[in-house]
Write a protein that binds this ligand. Structure first.
Ligand SMILES: [Zn+2]
Length: 122
């Protein structure tokens, strides 16, 4: 063993898979909910025929739309990171640093299930 990180036990691996699936499920729900919010805001702005430049309500809608849009981007990024993590799980490479190949470490994976690098290479 080269570093302080140790190989994961099967109990730890089970816990991490549960966590990975839980977080991935939450990310998918976030994307769905935020996409729904976004559609509702767009529908509201279309209905009110808002002129963003002169109508104060219009600029609020534009602001909300930008906010939700950036939340959607973030949720989609998280969703795809987690999908990739599940792919690594299936390939048997989950939990190893993509730079040095050392085990990433249980605590770190618990906190960041989609982590691809050990703390030294984060
Ligand atoms: Zn590393």
């Amino acid at each position: 063993m080269r570093s302080g990180s140790t190989e994961l036990s099967s109990v730890e691996l089970d816990t991490l898979l549960d966590r990975l699936l839980e977080v991935a499920g939450r990310a998918s729900r976030d994307v769905a909910a935020l996409t729904g919010d976004f559609d509702a805001i767009v529908a509201a702005s279309t209905q009110s025929n808002a002129d963003d430049e002169h109508d104060p309500e219009g600029s609020t809608i534009a602001f909300e739309r930008a906010q939700v849009s950036s939340l959607i981007d973030r949720a989609r990024a998280a969703e795809s990171e987690l999908a990739q993590a599940l792919g690594r799980w299936e390939a048997g490479t989950y939990g190893y640093c993509e730079i040095c190949g050392d085990p990433i470490g249980y605590e770190r994976l618990l906190a960041r299930p989609a982590a691809t690098r050990c703390i030294a290479h984060a």
